[in-house]
Each structure stands twice: as C-alpha cells, then as structure tokens.
Design a protein around this ligand. Structure first.
Ligand code: PAF
Length: 286
C-alpha cells in the first residue's frame, strides 16, 4: 500500500499498470473512513488488479457555512484501517495539487435535473462540487470501475448520469449502506453526535422502514406517509429537511408504481443525517 500525494507519481503508476494491461478500481472518499468505506474497497478488489482509494476533503462540495474546516482529517488512522485490505495506492492530494490556481475553478460539472432538489436544495453547490471533483479524480486515475455508497443515493445517480452522458470509460458500481447495530447509516459525520443523539438518530431508519412497509402493504397516500414521518422526527428533536417518496430515478412517485425510493435528510444536534430505503431492502422482510 503506497501513499501518494502527487499527481505526477499517480500518473506514472497508472502508466505502469496500463502497460501491464491491468484493470484499475477507484474508491473515492473524503477520508475519516468507517466500515462503509472499507466494504466498498472489499467489493472492488475481486473486479480489478489494482485498487486506488482516494482521500480528499473537497472544498468545492461544501456549501458556505458548512463543516469544511472541521471535517475530520484522519489520514494516519485511515491508513491503519486500510492496511489489512491492502489497496495498491492511497491517493491523498493536497488542495493545492488538485486546484493549483485556487478554487472555485472555472469548470463545473452540472447534472441538470438531478441536483436541484433534496440535498441540492439544502446544500448550495454541493453536487456541482462533488461531480466536478469526481470528474477530476476519474481523469487522473482513469479507472475501469469506480464505486460509491448507496447511502448517498442522489449523489450516486448524479455520478451515473454524468459518466453515461459524458461517455466516461468507467463502470460505476455501488455498495450497500453499512449500518450501526441500531440501524443508523454509517457516516463520517456521525462523530458530531453525542452518545444519546447516536441512539436517537436511529429513528430516521425506523421512519424509513415504517413508510416502506406501508408502501409494500399497498398504501399510496404518499403525502400522508411523508407528513407523518416528518412529524415524528420533529417530535423526537430532529429538524427534517426532506422525507420524500419518489421513483427510483427521482421522478414523481405514481400510485400505480410498485418501485420507489424514500429519501430522507434531517439535522440532529450538530450532524446532518441522510438515509434512504428501497422496497427490496432485506430488513423489510425481517
Ligand atoms: O461521497 C463522498 O465522500 C464524496 O462526495 C466523494 C464522492 C468522495 C467526492 O468528494
């Protein structure tokens, strides 16, 4: 496992792998790794000869007033966690290496129609920053496959659409959300929660499960389900930003449909939590 900070070094390793005809996987992260990230690394290992994990806290994707400055930067701990999985390269560029002329940069990758709602409504510029940095990372690493977590469902759709429409020669894979024992989706931002809030935070998952079970039973009054879930969350001290039942492509849910995704985001204490559920979630059968 090699720690690479420089773009030139990354490029020369990539050229060696190319010459050897090796298949490359990229796992983009912002570091502060948890079991969710590690599961993505495990998932791509069998489909590639070389694995690159990128660790870069990308200033472009933080809205003004968000946690860019205090976002946990834990490279030493991240390296220790990755050690047993032995990716070939941990690419951890500096902000100066990624944006040598400073930021914001002139080039923006905007996936119109997917970035305006849900997280995009509450995090100005977030998806443009995320899609732009992922484009840069894909251009630098030139992976055959890249993998992203399903917890960020909207982000995953943004990257899939971007890769398809821009004819990027990469296959986008996704990995299931990894959860704490209480059901809370793992996230680097969970560390902003107190122990008591961590327990309470699991309610977001319970509300998603309850609404998904209702949909599976055939309930189609979407607005009533959404309103009830938001009200429960408010009563428990959350500030819900959205709790919306939509089609898997984020279009409107229709009563005659039987495939939905429920997207949710809520602030609890100092943490902004997001999660989602599809109706094939194995927990719905438990
Ligand atoms: O999901 C994340 O951690 C980030 O948005 C990503 C994909 C690493 C881009 O900075």
């Amino acid at each position: 496992m090699k720690l690479v900070h420089g773009i030139d070094e990354l490029r020369s390793l990539r050229a060696e792998w190319q010459a050897a005809g090796e298949r490359v996987a990229l796992v983009p992260t912002m570091g502060n790794l948890h079991a969710g990230h590690l599961s993505l690394v495990e998932q791509v290992r069998p489909v590639a000869d070389r694995t690159v994990v990128s660790i870069f806290v990308n200033p472009l994707q933080f809205a003004p007033g968000e946690d860019f400055e205090r976002y946990p930067r834990t490279l030493t701990e991240d390296m220790a966690q990755l050690e047993p999985l032995a990716p070939d390269v941990v690419f951890a560029p500096s902000v100066e290496a990624m944006y040598p002329r400073g930021y914001p940069i002139a080039t923006n990758v905007v996936v119109n129609g997917l970035v305006e709602r849900f997280c995009g409504e509450f995090r100005a510029g977030h998806f443009v920053g995320a899609a732009t940095v992922v484009t840069i990372l894909l251009n630098l690493v030139r992976p055959d496959v890249a993998i992203f977590g399903e917890k960020d469902y909207q982000q995953l759709l943004v990257f899939r659409t971007m890769a398809r429409e821009l004819h990027m020669p990469v296959e986008i894979l996704s990995g299931p959300t990894v959860r704490e024992d209480n059901g809370l989706a793992m996230s680097s931002r969970n560390r902003y929660l107190s122990a008591e809030e961590r327990d309470r935070a699991a309610m977001l998952r319970r509300e998603l499960l309850a609404a998904a079970r209702a949909l599976k039973r055939g309930v189609r009054d979407f607005r009533a389900l959404e309103t009830a879930a938001r009200a429960h969350l408010v009563t428990a001290g959350f500030e819900p930003q959205y709790f919306d039942i939509v089609a898997p492509d984020l279009g409107p849910a229709l009563p005659e449909d039987d495939d939905f995704v429920i997207l949710a985001a809520a602030v609890l204490g100092a943490a902004r939590l997001i999660d989602n559920i599809r109706l094939d979630d194995p927990a719905l059968d438990a």
